[in-house]
Design a protein around this ligand. Structure first.
Ligand code: F6P
Length: 547
Protein backbone atom coordinates (compact mmCIF):
# COMPACT_ATOMS: atom_id res chain seq x y z
CA UNK A 1 0.00 0.00 0.00
CA UNK A 2 1.50 3.32 -1.05
CA UNK A 3 1.68 6.31 1.26
CA UNK A 4 -1.25 8.69 1.58
CA UNK A 5 -0.92 10.67 -1.62
CA UNK A 6 -1.35 14.03 0.09
CA UNK A 7 1.78 13.42 2.12
CA UNK A 8 3.98 12.86 -0.94
CA UNK A 9 6.40 15.38 -2.35
CA UNK A 10 4.60 15.19 -5.70
CA UNK A 11 1.42 16.43 -4.00
CA UNK A 12 3.21 19.25 -2.20
CA UNK A 13 4.75 20.37 -5.48
CA UNK A 14 1.33 20.44 -7.08
CA UNK A 15 -0.12 22.47 -4.20
CA UNK A 16 2.41 25.24 -4.71
CA UNK A 17 2.21 24.99 -8.49
CA UNK A 18 -1.56 25.33 -8.25
CA UNK A 19 -1.15 28.58 -6.28
CA UNK A 20 1.00 29.91 -9.11
CA UNK A 21 -1.28 28.98 -12.02
CA UNK A 22 -4.82 28.85 -10.60
CA UNK A 23 -5.68 32.41 -11.62
CA UNK A 24 -4.21 32.23 -15.10
CA UNK A 25 -6.67 32.33 -17.98
CA UNK A 26 -6.86 29.88 -20.85
CA UNK A 27 -6.52 32.89 -23.15
CA UNK A 28 -3.04 33.45 -21.68
CA UNK A 29 -2.12 29.77 -21.75
CA UNK A 30 -2.87 29.76 -25.49
CA UNK A 31 -1.18 33.11 -26.15
CA UNK A 32 2.02 31.94 -24.42
CA UNK A 33 2.01 28.51 -26.02
CA UNK A 34 0.27 28.70 -29.42
CA UNK A 35 1.14 25.16 -30.45
CA UNK A 36 -0.60 23.61 -27.45
CA UNK A 37 -3.81 23.18 -29.44
CA UNK A 38 -2.18 20.63 -31.71
CA UNK A 39 0.39 19.29 -29.25
CA UNK A 40 -1.63 18.74 -26.09
CA UNK A 41 -3.50 15.96 -27.82
CA UNK A 42 -3.30 12.20 -27.73
CA UNK A 43 -4.56 9.45 -29.99
CA UNK A 44 -5.77 6.23 -28.40
CA UNK A 45 -7.20 3.68 -30.81
CA UNK A 46 -9.67 5.62 -32.95
CA UNK A 47 -10.06 8.36 -30.37
CA UNK A 48 -8.47 11.76 -30.97
CA UNK A 49 -8.35 13.53 -27.62
CA UNK A 50 -7.57 17.22 -27.22
CA UNK A 51 -6.71 18.23 -23.64
CA UNK A 52 -5.24 21.61 -24.55
CA UNK A 53 -8.27 23.48 -23.19
CA UNK A 54 -7.35 22.55 -19.64
CA UNK A 55 -6.02 24.97 -17.07
CA UNK A 56 -2.56 23.51 -17.19
CA UNK A 57 0.87 24.48 -18.34
CA UNK A 58 3.18 21.84 -19.70
CA UNK A 59 4.87 21.83 -16.30
CA UNK A 60 1.52 21.07 -14.66
CA UNK A 61 1.23 17.98 -16.77
CA UNK A 62 4.71 16.87 -15.75
CA UNK A 63 3.79 17.34 -12.09
CA UNK A 64 0.55 15.40 -12.57
CA UNK A 65 2.55 12.55 -14.08
CA UNK A 66 4.89 12.73 -11.09
CA UNK A 67 1.81 12.29 -8.95
CA UNK A 68 0.85 9.19 -10.95
CA UNK A 69 4.39 7.90 -10.43
CA UNK A 70 4.23 8.61 -6.70
CA UNK A 71 1.01 6.60 -6.48
CA UNK A 72 2.57 3.79 -8.54
CA UNK A 73 -0.27 3.89 -11.05
CA UNK A 74 1.61 1.75 -13.55
CA UNK A 75 2.54 -0.84 -10.91
CA UNK A 76 -1.07 -1.08 -9.74
CA UNK A 77 -2.24 -1.21 -13.36
CA UNK A 78 0.07 -4.15 -14.05
CA UNK A 79 -1.18 -5.86 -10.90
CA UNK A 80 -4.76 -5.46 -12.14
CA UNK A 81 -4.00 -6.87 -15.58
CA UNK A 82 -2.11 -9.79 -13.98
CA UNK A 83 -5.10 -10.78 -11.87
CA UNK A 84 -3.74 -9.85 -8.45
CA UNK A 85 -6.41 -9.42 -5.80
CA UNK A 86 -6.46 -5.64 -5.94
CA UNK A 87 -10.06 -5.53 -4.70
CA UNK A 88 -8.76 -5.97 -1.19
CA UNK A 89 -11.95 -5.50 0.82
CA UNK A 90 -13.54 -8.39 -1.10
CA UNK A 91 -10.28 -10.25 -1.71
CA UNK A 92 -10.90 -10.51 -5.44
CA UNK A 93 -9.05 -10.08 -8.69
CA UNK A 94 -10.32 -7.28 -10.94
CA UNK A 95 -10.22 -8.66 -14.43
CA UNK A 96 -12.78 -7.03 -16.68
CA UNK A 97 -9.82 -6.52 -19.04
CA UNK A 98 -9.69 -10.33 -19.46
CA UNK A 99 -13.21 -10.28 -20.91
CA UNK A 100 -11.84 -8.69 -24.06
CA UNK A 101 -8.60 -10.61 -24.50
CA UNK A 102 -8.34 -12.34 -27.87
CA UNK A 103 -8.71 -16.12 -27.80
CA UNK A 104 -5.00 -16.70 -28.43
CA UNK A 105 -3.96 -14.68 -25.37
CA UNK A 106 -3.08 -16.47 -22.18
CA UNK A 107 -3.84 -15.52 -18.62
CA UNK A 108 -3.96 -17.85 -15.68
CA UNK A 109 -5.43 -16.52 -12.47
CA UNK A 110 -5.80 -18.43 -9.23
CA UNK A 111 -4.95 -21.60 -11.17
CA UNK A 112 -7.65 -21.03 -13.80
CA UNK A 113 -7.21 -20.42 -17.55
CA UNK A 114 -9.26 -17.25 -17.68
CA UNK A 115 -9.07 -16.72 -21.45
CA UNK A 116 -10.42 -20.21 -22.17
CA UNK A 117 -13.30 -19.63 -19.73
CA UNK A 118 -14.17 -16.28 -21.29
CA UNK A 119 -14.19 -17.61 -24.83
CA UNK A 120 -16.17 -20.69 -23.88
CA UNK A 121 -18.99 -18.41 -22.67
CA UNK A 122 -18.63 -16.09 -25.66
CA UNK A 123 -19.01 -19.06 -28.00
CA UNK A 124 -22.13 -20.25 -26.17
CA UNK A 125 -23.55 -16.73 -26.29
CA UNK A 126 -22.73 -16.51 -30.00
CA UNK A 127 -24.33 -19.87 -30.79
CA UNK A 128 -27.43 -18.96 -28.81
CA UNK A 129 -27.70 -15.57 -30.44
CA UNK A 130 -27.30 -17.14 -33.91
CA UNK A 131 -30.20 -19.47 -33.13
CA UNK A 132 -32.45 -16.70 -31.87
CA UNK A 133 -31.55 -14.29 -34.66
CA UNK A 134 -32.05 -16.90 -37.39
CA UNK A 135 -35.40 -17.99 -35.99
CA UNK A 136 -34.19 -21.50 -35.15
CA UNK A 137 -34.85 -20.79 -31.47
CA UNK A 138 -38.53 -19.99 -31.19
CA UNK A 139 -40.97 -19.26 -28.43
CA UNK A 140 -43.23 -22.00 -27.05
CA UNK A 141 -45.82 -21.57 -29.82
CA UNK A 142 -43.20 -21.74 -32.57
CA UNK A 143 -43.11 -17.99 -33.17
CA UNK A 144 -39.83 -16.19 -33.76
CA UNK A 145 -38.45 -14.04 -30.98
CA UNK A 146 -38.99 -10.38 -31.85
CA UNK A 147 -38.31 -8.68 -28.52
CA UNK A 148 -35.75 -9.36 -25.86
CA UNK A 149 -36.50 -7.96 -22.41
CA UNK A 150 -33.46 -7.67 -20.17
CA UNK A 151 -34.41 -7.64 -16.50
CA UNK A 152 -31.53 -6.38 -14.35
CA UNK A 153 -30.42 -3.32 -12.43
CA UNK A 154 -27.24 -1.30 -11.92
CA UNK A 155 -24.42 -2.91 -13.82
CA UNK A 156 -26.81 -5.57 -15.10
CA UNK A 157 -28.86 -2.88 -16.82
CA UNK A 158 -27.06 0.41 -17.43
CA UNK A 159 -24.38 -0.98 -19.72
CA UNK A 160 -26.71 -3.01 -21.96
CA UNK A 161 -29.21 -0.11 -22.17
CA UNK A 162 -26.54 2.38 -23.12
CA UNK A 163 -24.77 0.16 -25.65
CA UNK A 164 -27.98 -1.08 -27.26
CA UNK A 165 -29.07 2.51 -27.87
CA UNK A 166 -25.63 3.50 -29.09
CA UNK A 167 -25.60 0.63 -31.60
CA UNK A 168 -29.20 0.80 -32.77
CA UNK A 169 -27.98 1.03 -36.36
CA UNK A 170 -26.35 -2.37 -36.02
CA UNK A 171 -29.54 -4.17 -34.91
CA UNK A 172 -30.06 -6.12 -38.10
CA UNK A 173 -32.12 -9.21 -37.30
CA UNK A 174 -35.51 -7.70 -36.54
CA UNK A 175 -34.94 -8.17 -32.82
CA UNK A 176 -35.36 -5.20 -30.53
CA UNK A 177 -34.36 -5.03 -26.89
CA UNK A 178 -36.12 -3.46 -23.93
CA UNK A 179 -34.91 -3.06 -20.41
CA UNK A 180 -36.66 -3.32 -17.06
CA UNK A 181 -34.77 -2.34 -13.94
CA UNK A 182 -36.88 -0.38 -11.46
CA UNK A 183 -38.85 -2.18 -8.77
CA UNK A 184 -41.52 0.44 -9.44
CA UNK A 185 -44.08 -1.78 -11.20
CA UNK A 186 -44.64 1.00 -13.73
CA UNK A 187 -41.39 -0.05 -15.38
CA UNK A 188 -42.40 -3.65 -16.07
CA UNK A 189 -46.04 -2.87 -16.81
CA UNK A 190 -45.13 -0.10 -19.26
CA UNK A 191 -42.51 -2.24 -20.96
CA UNK A 192 -44.73 -5.27 -21.46
CA UNK A 193 -47.90 -3.36 -22.35
CA UNK A 194 -47.66 -3.78 -26.11
CA UNK A 195 -45.64 -7.00 -26.23
CA UNK A 196 -46.80 -10.41 -27.34
CA UNK A 197 -45.65 -13.12 -24.91
CA UNK A 198 -45.29 -15.59 -27.78
CA UNK A 199 -42.46 -13.57 -29.38
CA UNK A 200 -40.80 -12.25 -26.20
CA UNK A 201 -37.63 -13.61 -24.63
CA UNK A 202 -36.62 -12.57 -21.11
CA UNK A 203 -33.03 -12.36 -19.98
CA UNK A 204 -32.78 -12.28 -16.20
CA UNK A 205 -29.42 -10.59 -15.66
CA UNK A 206 -28.00 -10.54 -12.16
CA UNK A 207 -24.46 -11.25 -11.06
CA UNK A 208 -25.59 -12.42 -7.64
CA UNK A 209 -29.10 -13.52 -8.62
CA UNK A 210 -30.07 -12.17 -5.23
CA UNK A 211 -31.04 -8.62 -6.13
CA UNK A 212 -34.52 -7.87 -4.89
CA UNK A 213 -35.58 -5.60 -7.76
CA UNK A 214 -34.50 -8.07 -10.41
CA UNK A 215 -36.00 -11.15 -8.81
CA UNK A 216 -39.26 -9.31 -8.13
CA UNK A 217 -39.52 -8.13 -11.73
CA UNK A 218 -38.48 -11.52 -13.08
CA UNK A 219 -41.15 -13.26 -11.02
CA UNK A 220 -43.79 -10.81 -12.24
CA UNK A 221 -42.63 -11.30 -15.83
CA UNK A 222 -42.85 -15.05 -15.46
CA UNK A 223 -46.45 -14.67 -14.20
CA UNK A 224 -47.24 -12.52 -17.25
CA UNK A 225 -45.80 -15.14 -19.56
CA UNK A 226 -47.30 -18.23 -17.96
CA UNK A 227 -50.73 -16.61 -17.73
CA UNK A 228 -50.69 -16.45 -21.52
CA UNK A 229 -48.69 -19.53 -22.52
CA UNK A 230 -48.66 -21.88 -19.51
CA UNK A 231 -45.89 -23.02 -17.16
CA UNK A 232 -44.04 -25.09 -19.74
CA UNK A 233 -43.32 -21.99 -21.79
CA UNK A 234 -40.73 -20.73 -19.28
CA UNK A 235 -37.94 -22.85 -20.75
CA UNK A 236 -38.29 -21.23 -24.19
CA UNK A 237 -38.80 -17.69 -22.93
CA UNK A 238 -36.40 -17.26 -19.99
CA UNK A 239 -32.63 -17.36 -19.95
CA UNK A 240 -30.30 -16.12 -17.23
CA UNK A 241 -26.99 -14.33 -16.96
CA UNK A 242 -25.34 -14.80 -13.60
CA UNK A 243 -22.42 -16.07 -11.56
CA UNK A 244 -24.80 -18.02 -9.31
CA UNK A 245 -26.01 -21.25 -10.95
CA UNK A 246 -27.73 -22.49 -7.81
CA UNK A 247 -29.99 -19.48 -7.50
CA UNK A 248 -30.72 -19.49 -11.23
CA UNK A 249 -31.87 -23.07 -10.91
CA UNK A 250 -33.92 -22.27 -7.78
CA UNK A 251 -35.70 -19.58 -9.77
CA UNK A 252 -36.71 -22.20 -12.32
CA UNK A 253 -34.38 -21.43 -15.21
CA UNK A 254 -32.52 -24.42 -16.63
CA UNK A 255 -28.79 -23.81 -16.16
CA UNK A 256 -28.33 -25.04 -19.74
CA UNK A 257 -29.86 -21.65 -20.59
CA UNK A 258 -27.60 -19.71 -18.25
CA UNK A 259 -24.59 -17.70 -19.36
CA UNK A 260 -22.00 -17.29 -16.67
CA UNK A 261 -19.33 -14.90 -15.61
CA UNK A 262 -17.03 -14.63 -12.62
CA UNK A 263 -16.59 -12.86 -9.30
CA UNK A 264 -13.65 -10.96 -10.77
CA UNK A 265 -16.04 -8.98 -13.00
CA UNK A 266 -17.54 -6.06 -11.10
CA UNK A 267 -21.19 -5.34 -11.96
CA UNK A 268 -20.38 -1.89 -13.33
CA UNK A 269 -17.58 -3.39 -15.44
CA UNK A 270 -19.71 -6.22 -16.85
CA UNK A 271 -21.33 -5.04 -20.08
CA UNK A 272 -18.55 -6.81 -21.96
CA UNK A 273 -19.37 -10.11 -20.20
CA UNK A 274 -22.48 -12.25 -20.71
CA UNK A 275 -24.36 -9.28 -19.23
CA UNK A 276 -24.14 -7.90 -22.78
CA UNK A 277 -26.26 -10.78 -24.14
CA UNK A 278 -29.21 -8.52 -25.00
CA UNK A 279 -26.85 -6.39 -27.09
CA UNK A 280 -25.44 -9.44 -28.83
CA UNK A 281 -28.93 -10.73 -29.65
CA UNK A 282 -29.73 -7.40 -31.30
CA UNK A 283 -26.49 -6.73 -33.17
CA UNK A 284 -25.04 -10.23 -33.64
CA UNK A 285 -21.88 -11.98 -32.49
CA UNK A 286 -19.57 -10.30 -35.03
CA UNK A 287 -20.53 -6.77 -34.00
CA UNK A 288 -20.22 -7.84 -30.36
CA UNK A 289 -16.71 -9.14 -31.10
CA UNK A 290 -15.88 -5.72 -32.61
CA UNK A 291 -17.22 -4.10 -29.45
CA UNK A 292 -14.87 -6.24 -27.31
CA UNK A 293 -11.97 -5.54 -29.63
CA UNK A 294 -12.54 -1.81 -29.02
CA UNK A 295 -12.08 -2.25 -25.28
CA UNK A 296 -8.95 -4.28 -25.92
CA UNK A 297 -7.42 -1.56 -28.07
CA UNK A 298 -7.67 0.89 -25.17
CA UNK A 299 -6.51 -1.75 -22.67
CA UNK A 300 -3.36 -2.15 -24.75
CA UNK A 301 -2.93 1.59 -25.01
CA UNK A 302 -3.30 1.94 -21.22
CA UNK A 303 -0.75 -0.83 -20.68
CA UNK A 304 1.81 0.24 -23.22
CA UNK A 305 1.66 3.96 -23.98
CA UNK A 306 4.26 6.04 -22.15
CA UNK A 307 2.84 8.18 -19.37
CA UNK A 308 3.15 11.36 -21.46
CA UNK A 309 0.81 9.98 -24.14
CA UNK A 310 -1.31 7.65 -22.06
CA UNK A 311 -4.88 8.91 -22.39
CA UNK A 312 -6.42 7.35 -19.25
CA UNK A 313 -3.46 8.51 -17.15
CA UNK A 314 -3.56 12.05 -18.55
CA UNK A 315 -7.33 12.38 -18.18
CA UNK A 316 -7.44 10.65 -14.79
CA UNK A 317 -4.77 12.95 -13.35
CA UNK A 318 -6.61 15.96 -14.81
CA UNK A 319 -9.69 14.73 -12.95
CA UNK A 320 -7.66 14.81 -9.74
CA UNK A 321 -6.27 18.25 -10.65
CA UNK A 322 -9.74 19.77 -10.73
CA UNK A 323 -11.36 17.89 -7.88
CA UNK A 324 -8.51 18.01 -5.39
CA UNK A 325 -6.79 21.27 -6.29
CA UNK A 326 -9.52 23.49 -7.75
CA UNK A 327 -12.24 21.99 -5.53
CA UNK A 328 -14.43 21.14 -8.54
CA UNK A 329 -17.34 18.96 -7.52
CA UNK A 330 -18.39 17.45 -10.78
CA UNK A 331 -17.58 16.62 -14.37
CA UNK A 332 -20.08 17.03 -17.20
CA UNK A 333 -20.09 14.47 -20.00
CA UNK A 334 -21.63 15.88 -23.15
CA UNK A 335 -21.93 13.53 -26.10
CA UNK A 336 -22.81 15.23 -29.38
CA UNK A 337 -24.60 12.08 -30.41
CA UNK A 338 -28.18 11.34 -29.56
CA UNK A 339 -27.37 7.65 -29.70
CA UNK A 340 -25.22 8.13 -26.59
CA UNK A 341 -28.10 9.55 -24.60
CA UNK A 342 -27.59 7.06 -21.75
CA UNK A 343 -23.81 7.43 -21.67
CA UNK A 344 -23.75 9.84 -18.71
CA UNK A 345 -26.13 7.61 -16.72
CA UNK A 346 -23.90 4.65 -17.48
CA UNK A 347 -20.80 6.57 -16.37
CA UNK A 348 -22.49 7.61 -13.14
CA UNK A 349 -22.43 4.05 -11.87
CA UNK A 350 -19.03 3.30 -13.33
CA UNK A 351 -17.34 6.30 -11.79
CA UNK A 352 -19.34 7.06 -8.65
CA UNK A 353 -19.91 3.53 -7.37
CA UNK A 354 -16.19 2.98 -7.95
CA UNK A 355 -14.66 6.09 -6.45
CA UNK A 356 -17.31 7.38 -4.03
CA UNK A 357 -15.30 6.27 -1.00
CA UNK A 358 -14.19 7.96 2.23
CA UNK A 359 -11.57 5.52 3.41
CA UNK A 360 -8.43 4.32 1.77
CA UNK A 361 -7.89 0.66 0.98
CA UNK A 362 -6.20 0.23 4.37
CA UNK A 363 -9.26 1.60 6.19
CA UNK A 364 -7.76 5.00 7.08
CA UNK A 365 -9.73 8.13 6.16
CA UNK A 366 -8.93 9.78 2.86
CA UNK A 367 -7.33 13.18 3.15
CA UNK A 368 -8.70 14.73 -0.04
CA UNK A 369 -12.02 14.66 -1.83
CA UNK A 370 -12.67 11.56 -3.90
CA UNK A 371 -15.26 10.65 -6.48
CA UNK A 372 -16.04 13.26 -9.09
CA UNK A 373 -19.79 13.60 -9.64
CA UNK A 374 -20.53 12.68 -13.25
CA UNK A 375 -23.56 13.99 -15.05
CA UNK A 376 -24.61 15.15 -18.49
CA UNK A 377 -26.95 15.05 -21.44
CA UNK A 378 -26.39 14.95 -25.15
CA UNK A 379 -25.66 18.21 -26.93
CA UNK A 380 -27.48 20.20 -28.15
CA UNK A 381 -30.25 19.48 -25.63
CA UNK A 382 -27.96 20.34 -22.73
CA UNK A 383 -27.15 23.70 -24.34
CA UNK A 384 -30.78 24.73 -23.93
CA UNK A 385 -30.93 23.50 -20.36
CA UNK A 386 -27.89 23.72 -18.11
CA UNK A 387 -25.06 25.21 -20.21
CA UNK A 388 -25.95 28.66 -18.84
CA UNK A 389 -24.42 27.56 -15.54
CA UNK A 390 -21.42 26.06 -17.31
CA UNK A 391 -20.77 29.37 -19.08
CA UNK A 392 -21.60 32.02 -16.50
CA UNK A 393 -22.20 30.25 -13.18
CA UNK A 394 -19.87 30.52 -10.21
CA UNK A 395 -18.92 26.85 -10.18
CA UNK A 396 -16.11 25.25 -12.09
CA UNK A 397 -17.40 22.28 -14.06
CA UNK A 398 -14.84 20.60 -16.31
CA UNK A 399 -16.59 18.99 -19.26
CA UNK A 400 -15.91 16.14 -21.68
CA UNK A 401 -17.23 16.75 -25.19
CA UNK A 402 -17.64 13.62 -27.33
CA UNK A 403 -18.27 13.95 -31.06
CA UNK A 404 -18.06 12.02 -34.31
CA UNK A 405 -16.97 12.82 -37.84
CA UNK A 406 -19.43 10.54 -39.57
CA UNK A 407 -23.06 10.71 -38.51
CA UNK A 408 -25.23 7.71 -37.77
CA UNK A 409 -28.06 9.65 -39.43
CA UNK A 410 -28.00 12.81 -41.48
CA UNK A 411 -30.56 15.13 -43.04
CA UNK A 412 -30.32 18.40 -44.94
CA UNK A 413 -30.51 21.64 -42.96
CA UNK A 414 -33.63 23.84 -43.16
CA UNK A 415 -32.43 25.69 -46.26
CA UNK A 416 -31.45 22.41 -47.88
CA UNK A 417 -27.83 23.41 -48.44
CA UNK A 418 -26.05 21.86 -45.49
CA UNK A 419 -25.92 18.78 -43.27
CA UNK A 420 -27.67 18.61 -39.90
CA UNK A 421 -24.71 16.64 -38.59
CA UNK A 422 -22.38 19.52 -39.51
CA UNK A 423 -24.75 21.82 -37.66
CA UNK A 424 -24.56 19.56 -34.60
CA UNK A 425 -20.77 19.47 -34.73
CA UNK A 426 -20.45 23.22 -35.24
CA UNK A 427 -22.21 23.50 -31.89
CA UNK A 428 -19.69 21.08 -30.39
CA UNK A 429 -16.75 23.18 -31.57
CA UNK A 430 -18.40 26.48 -30.65
CA UNK A 431 -19.18 25.38 -27.11
CA UNK A 432 -15.66 24.23 -26.25
CA UNK A 433 -14.29 27.44 -27.76
CA UNK A 434 -16.64 29.76 -25.87
CA UNK A 435 -16.16 27.87 -22.61
CA UNK A 436 -12.40 28.28 -22.90
CA UNK A 437 -12.05 31.79 -24.26
CA UNK A 438 -15.32 33.53 -23.40
CA UNK A 439 -15.92 37.14 -24.37
CA UNK A 440 -14.59 40.15 -22.48
CA UNK A 441 -16.47 43.29 -21.36
CA UNK A 442 -14.42 45.30 -23.85
CA UNK A 443 -15.40 43.04 -26.74
CA UNK A 444 -19.06 43.24 -25.74
CA UNK A 445 -18.99 47.04 -25.27
CA UNK A 446 -17.32 47.40 -28.67
CA UNK A 447 -20.40 45.81 -30.21
CA UNK A 448 -22.47 48.75 -28.97
CA UNK A 449 -24.07 47.01 -25.98
CA UNK A 450 -25.53 49.33 -23.31
CA UNK A 451 -23.08 49.75 -20.44
CA UNK A 452 -25.53 48.42 -17.83
CA UNK A 453 -26.09 45.25 -19.88
CA UNK A 454 -22.41 44.57 -20.51
CA UNK A 455 -21.77 42.71 -17.19
CA UNK A 456 -24.66 40.37 -17.93
CA UNK A 457 -23.22 39.47 -21.27
CA UNK A 458 -19.63 38.93 -20.19
CA UNK A 459 -18.59 35.35 -20.87
CA UNK A 460 -15.78 34.70 -18.39
CA UNK A 461 -14.32 31.71 -20.22
CA UNK A 462 -11.49 29.79 -18.56
CA UNK A 463 -13.84 26.80 -18.29
CA UNK A 464 -11.87 23.64 -19.05
CA UNK A 465 -12.92 20.87 -21.37
CA UNK A 466 -11.63 17.73 -23.04
CA UNK A 467 -12.59 17.18 -26.66
CA UNK A 468 -12.91 13.54 -27.67
CA UNK A 469 -13.45 12.87 -31.37
CA UNK A 470 -13.90 9.57 -33.19
CA UNK A 471 -14.54 8.75 -36.84
CA UNK A 472 -17.92 7.09 -36.20
CA UNK A 473 -20.01 5.52 -33.44
CA UNK A 474 -19.14 1.91 -34.28
CA UNK A 475 -19.24 -1.09 -31.91
CA UNK A 476 -15.46 -0.82 -31.54
CA UNK A 477 -15.61 2.89 -30.72
CA UNK A 478 -18.28 2.32 -28.06
CA UNK A 479 -15.95 -0.24 -26.46
CA UNK A 480 -13.06 2.21 -26.70
CA UNK A 481 -15.03 4.98 -25.03
CA UNK A 482 -16.09 2.75 -22.15
CA UNK A 483 -12.56 1.48 -21.56
CA UNK A 484 -11.23 5.04 -21.67
CA UNK A 485 -13.44 5.91 -18.69
CA UNK A 486 -12.92 2.60 -16.88
CA UNK A 487 -9.20 3.25 -16.80
CA UNK A 488 -9.57 6.89 -15.76
CA UNK A 489 -11.57 5.66 -12.78
CA UNK A 490 -8.76 3.25 -12.03
CA UNK A 491 -6.08 5.96 -12.23
CA UNK A 492 -8.01 8.27 -9.91
CA UNK A 493 -8.73 5.44 -7.47
CA UNK A 494 -5.06 4.49 -7.28
CA UNK A 495 -4.04 8.10 -6.65
CA UNK A 496 -6.60 8.37 -3.86
CA UNK A 497 -5.45 4.99 -2.51
CA UNK A 498 -9.02 3.67 -2.38
CA UNK A 499 -10.55 0.34 -3.38
CA UNK A 500 -12.43 1.28 -6.56
CA UNK A 501 -13.97 -2.16 -6.91
CA UNK A 502 -16.15 -2.67 -3.85
CA UNK A 503 -19.49 -0.95 -3.13
CA UNK A 504 -20.28 -1.46 0.53
CA UNK A 505 -22.11 1.86 0.63
CA UNK A 506 -25.14 0.48 -1.20
CA UNK A 507 -25.69 -2.48 1.10
CA UNK A 508 -27.24 -0.89 4.19
CA UNK A 509 -30.04 0.76 2.22
CA UNK A 510 -30.88 -2.62 0.68
CA UNK A 511 -31.15 -4.45 4.02
CA UNK A 512 -33.10 -1.67 5.67
CA UNK A 513 -35.60 -1.59 2.78
CA UNK A 514 -36.19 -5.29 3.35
CA UNK A 515 -36.66 -4.69 7.07
CA UNK A 516 -39.14 -1.87 6.45
CA UNK A 517 -41.24 -3.67 3.83
CA UNK A 518 -43.38 -5.53 6.42
CA UNK A 519 -43.77 -2.36 8.49
CA UNK A 520 -45.71 -0.79 5.61
CA UNK A 521 -48.38 -3.47 5.83
CA UNK A 522 -48.21 -4.93 9.40
CA UNK A 523 -51.23 -4.36 11.58
CA UNK A 524 -48.96 -2.85 14.27
CA UNK A 525 -47.33 -0.18 12.12
CA UNK A 526 -43.90 1.31 12.84
CA UNK A 527 -42.44 0.22 16.16
CA UNK A 528 -40.82 2.50 18.68
CA UNK A 529 -37.32 1.57 17.53
CA UNK A 530 -37.67 3.75 14.42
CA UNK A 531 -36.51 7.38 14.42
CA UNK A 532 -39.33 9.89 14.66
CA UNK A 533 -38.99 11.14 11.09
CA UNK A 534 -39.07 7.72 9.41
CA UNK A 535 -41.87 6.65 11.72
CA UNK A 536 -44.01 9.72 10.86
CA UNK A 537 -43.37 9.29 7.16
CA UNK A 538 -44.45 5.67 7.27
CA UNK A 539 -47.54 6.62 9.32
CA UNK A 540 -48.49 9.14 6.64
CA UNK A 541 -47.97 6.57 3.88
CA UNK A 542 -49.98 3.89 5.72
CA UNK A 543 -52.84 6.27 6.28
CA UNK A 544 -52.92 7.28 2.60
CA UNK A 545 -52.96 3.60 1.72
CA UNK A 546 -55.89 3.06 4.15
CA UNK A 547 -53.95 0.93 6.63
O1 F6P B 1 -26.47 -1.66 -6.20
C1 F6P B 1 -25.29 -2.32 -6.08
C2 F6P B 1 -25.08 -3.44 -7.04
O2 F6P B 1 -24.45 -4.45 -6.34
C3 F6P B 1 -24.29 -3.01 -8.24
O3 F6P B 1 -22.93 -2.96 -7.99
C4 F6P B 1 -24.69 -4.03 -9.24
O4 F6P B 1 -24.33 -3.65 -10.53
C5 F6P B 1 -26.16 -4.08 -8.99
O5 F6P B 1 -26.28 -3.97 -7.58
C6 F6P B 1 -26.87 -5.30 -9.49
O6 F6P B 1 -26.37 -6.47 -8.92
P1 F6P B 1 -26.67 -7.88 -9.54
O7 F6P B 1 -26.11 -7.93 -10.91
O8 F6P B 1 -26.02 -8.88 -8.62
O9 F6P B 1 -28.17 -8.08 -9.58
Amino acid sequence: MSADITSTEAWTELVSHHEAVADRHLRDFFADDPSRGSELTVTAGDLYIDYSKHRVERQTLELLLDLARAADVTGRRDAMFAGEHINTSENRAVLHTALRLPSDASLEVDGQDVVADVHEVLTRMGDFSDRVRSGEWTGATGERIRTVVNIGIGGSDLGPVMVYQALRHYADAGISARFVSNVDPADLVGTLADLDPASTLFIVASKTFGTLETLTNATAARRWLTAALGDDAVAQHFVAVSTNAEKVSDFGIDTANMFGFWDWVGGRYSVDSAIGLSVMLAVGREAFADFLEGFHVIDQHFREAPLESNAPILLGTLGVWYSSFFGAQSRAVLPYSNDLNRFAAYLQQLTMESNGKSVRADGTPVTTDTGEIFWGEPGTNGQHAFYQLLHQGTRLVPADFIGFAEPTDDLPTADGTGSMHDLLMSNYFAQTKVLAFGKTAEEIAAEGTDADIVPHKVMPGNRPSTSILAPKLTPSVVGQLIALYEHQVFVEGVIFGIDSFDQWGVELGKTQAQELTPVLTDADGPGTDLDSSTSALIDWYRSERGR
